[in-house]
Write a protein that binds this ligand. Structure first.
Ligand code: G6P
Length: 367
């Protein structure tokens, strides 16, 4: 029964724990597991992926953060330029649209008013629109030219968790499908990335084993009046999503920042009171992120480091959470879960209404 939260205390907690299953289910529709290849092009019926010259991604809230990750993936893999915008800005910007571009709208509910308006605007300009939607038969599903479904199942907690990781799963496969259709993806890279994606459910399970540790980190940091979240590359939107989760359910002010941009402002906030959560897997940008962590430590900031297990980071963080090694491409799907758990535990420690945070709605169907 999807509406039963037992044995969990909150729907959000249940939905965090469902992620290994629903990411695995979502993947089944998008790849051929037996030969380690992408099968999206057959699923996205009617869209000519090879002809796509540019991509515009429009969404709101957590779905917007999934779109930001997709920008990194699509540009890197498919070599197609990508614009990402929040729907409330996009719909009134009257932006010129080049022929041969594809619009991707991302929406858990499929009913968000601004996202729907952006879709209608694009269709009126003759654009192809692909929806990434969790609710079949929702308005965005019906009006988009094609839909790729996230198989997250009903999401009840207002703060989105499993919808986000399944959106990332779909978008990762779509990026690879676009790359393949455009002749940009070697068979070796396709196999390697698909293998990494197939490992993600088991690796999320491993992240969930850090639950007690994150509960304790949350207990020690729950009285902070603000948090900073830092990341680079495709982990930058993950930092934004970590900050959004914390704001939504714990009512603590939090800001996500590109780690390299910290010196242009947020560094002025750093003192012994400010926890700084750093998403720092061992990837191509790791050294650069670590030098930002050193800048934080030099100013007395309290650092929570989410990093690759077994790899020395070279800096003494106040709290460390080691994540099982995984390929750089798929890593953003994995690194958001510790941030979801941290926000969840801080909210529980503070006694807020985790599943129904004040002033927020699950689906914003009016402007
Ligand atoms: C609301 C929800 C968020 C969600 C956003 C976009 O703000 O509280 O969790 O990310 O809407 O919703 P959508 O259904 O379009 O993904």
């Amino acid at each position: 029964d999807v509406t039963e939260k037992w044995p969990y205390r909150h729907y959000m907690q249940k939905e965090i724990y469902e992620q290994p299953t629903v990411v695995g289910e979502t993947l089944k529709n998008l790849i051929h597991a037996a030969d380690r290849t992408i099968s999206v092009s057959q699923t996205a019926v009617g869209l000519d992926l090879a002809a796509v010259q540019a991509v515009t991604i429009v969404a709101c809230g957590t779905s917007y953060h999934a779109g930001m990750v997709a920008k990194y993936w699509i540009e890197q893999q498919a070599r197609v330029p990508v614009n990402v915008d929040v729907a409330s800005e996009y719909r009134y910007r009257n932006t010129p649209m080049a022929a041969g571009s594809l619009m991707i709208v991302i929406s858990q509910s499929g009913e968000t008013a601004d996202t729907l308006a952006a879709l209608r605007h694009a269709k009126a300009q003759g654009q192809q629109v692909l929806g990434v939607v969790n609710v079949p038969e929702s308005t965005i599903d019906r009006e988009a030219d094609a839909t790729l479904y996230t198989l997250a199942g009903p999401e009840i907690g207002v703060a989105s968790t499993k919808a986000f990781t399944t959106q990332l799963t779909v978008l990762a496969c779509l990026a690879l499908a676009l790359a393949k259709a455009r002749g940009q993806l070697s068979p070796e890279d396709e196999r390697r990335h698909v293998e990494d994606l197939l490992q993600i459910p088991a690796r999320i399970e491993q992240v969930l084993t850090h639950d007690d540790k994150l509960q304790e980190v949350g207990r020690q940091l729950m009285h902070a009046s603000g948090f900073l979240f830092l990341g680079r590359g495709a982990q930058f939107p993950i930092a934004l999503e970590g900050a959004l989760k914390l704001k939504e359910i714990s009512y603590i002010h939090a800001e996500g920042y590109a780690a390299g941009e910290m010196k242009h402002g947020p560094i002025a906030l750093i003192d012994e009171e400010l926890p700084v959560v750093v998403v720092a897997p061992k990837d191509g940008l790791h050294e650069k992120t670590i030098s930002n962590v050193e800048e934080v430590k030099a100013r007395g900031g309290r650092v929570v480091m989410i990093h690759t297990a077994g790899e020395s980071t070279g800096v003494a963080a106040d709290f460390e959470v080691g994540i099982a090694p995984c390929g750089e491409f798929a890593a953003p799907i994995l690194y958001v879960t510790p941030l979801q758990l941290l926000a969840y535990h801080i909210a529980v420690h503070k006694g807020t209404d985790v599943d129904q945070p004040r002033n927020l709605a699950k689906s914003v169907t009016v402007e």
